[in-house]
Design a protein around this ligand. Structure first.
Ligand SMILES: C[S@@+](CC[C@H](N)C(=O)[O-])C[C@H]1O[C@@H](n2cnc3c(N)ncnc32)[C@H](O)[C@@H]1O
Length: 344
């Protein structure tokens, strides 16, 4: 495992205020109203903006003043506002899908945080208590939320996972299954960099529906099979490599053992398992994966894991961990490491 420099411990009051709900909810409302889509470099009267976004004019004026103080907007004479260069990151068409990430994290997921006490007292996900359904069942029943999830899981949030796989040597691994591979974005990136390879993307039907169009846009449709089916039931057999990217942290150890069991059954003796997920550094410092661990517990009953946790979990599932490569901490909400294992 490569060395990790722990982040310095910030001032606690500053941490509370900056990471607190006020700022998050301010971004959320800006994203939800599509403020960045309604504004450009030309200043717009707040009355106009209120009409376009169906908001109260006076409240929106005070709200925009806050966004201006944060550098999202620029304030002009006569209660007019324009979008700053930095604020353009909140536009729907900005590369990276930040707007959708904000809407995902600070909408239904944020409402679950109001019951975080329930999670800490019982170990159960607060999301289920607040929304009456487990997270992935909730997404299946709410197409708009599901679409938001797919957009938020798009290219930028995947960039660290893609970078981790870029550094991975796929020599001799001709056929790969991306288990819980979403719309195929990660698999497409791997296949584009490894022209001789073929692959399978397996996920739930609501998610794979989008895959063919996406794979065609990436020009890899002829090398990919799209399979709809739960990884709790079966995983596509016979590949040289199995990727589980940002999947296992959604699940408890017990559920992970079920998923890994299906992967273990499906894979030939020579195949490799490649897990992309956080690895919590052992030893102090507020690493992003610590807060992500709490998020996983509150939303999904999932878990971020230390290198020792990974070794033990993989061992129990019939694997031998061969490597754990930590990723650079660039200050995002998650740091994706690569953990490799082979069947025992
Ligand atoms: C956090 S996303 C990660 C997606 C993708 N691997 C990535 O790195 O962007 C977790 C994925 O697991 C999928 N998933 C959840 N339950 C599943 C199940 N029972 N069977 C197959 N996939 C499932 C979700 O639909 C989602 O695409």
């Amino acid at each position: 495992m490569s060395a990790v420099t722990p982040a310095p411990t910030p001032d606690l009051m500053q941490l509370y205020h900056m990471g607190g709900p006020w700022v998050g909810q301010t971004f959320y409302v800006a994203a939800q109203l599509g403020i960045a889509d309604h504004l450009g470099q030309e200043p717009v009267q707040v009355a106009d903006l209120a009409a376009r976004t169906d908001a109260n004019e006076e409240a929106l004026y005070r709200f925009c003043r806050v966004l201006a103080s944060m550098g999202v907007l620029e304030a002009h004479d006569g209660r007019r506002f324009s979008l700053t260069e930095a604020g353009a990151i909140l536009r729907s068409d900005a590369p990276g899908g930040f707007r959708y990430g904000v809407m995902l994290q600070s909408g239904a997921c944020f409402r679950a945080w109001t019951e975080v006490m329930h999670t800490v007292r019982t170990g159960e996900p607060a999301f289920d208590r607040v929304h009456g359904a487990a997270y992935y069942d909730f997404l299946e029943a709410n197409p708009a939320e599901n679409e938001l999830f797919n957009r938020a899981m798009g290219v930028t949030s995947l960039a660290p996972a893609i970078a981790a796989l870029d550094r991975y040597d796929f020599t001799g691994l001709g056929h790969v299954v991306d288990v819980g591979g979403g719309g195929g974005t990660l698999l497409a990136a791997v296949l584009r960099r490894n022209p001789g390879m073929t692959g399978v993307v397996q996920d739930l039907a609501a998610v794979t529906a989008e895959a063919p169009a996406h794979l065609a846009a990436e020009g890899v449709q002829d090398r990919v099979e799209v399979v709809s089916g739960s990884f709790f039931d079966a995983v596509v057999p016979g590949a040289d490599a199995y990727v589980l990217s940002r999947v296992l942290h959604n699940w408890s150890d017990e559920d992970c053992l079920r998923i890994l069991g299906r992967v273990r059954e499906a894979m030939p003796a020579h195949a490799r398992l490649i897990v992309i997920d956080s690895v919590i550094p052992e030893g102090g410092g507020l690493h992003p994966s610590m807060l992500a661990d709490l998020f996983m517990m509150v939303i999904l009953g999932g878990k971020e894991r230390t290198e020792g946790d990974w070794r033990q979990l993989l061992d129990e599932a019939g694997f031998r961990m061969t490597r754990a490569v930590q990723a650079e901490n660039t200050g995002g909400t998650l740091v994706h490491a690569l953990v490799e294992a082979v069947p025992r």
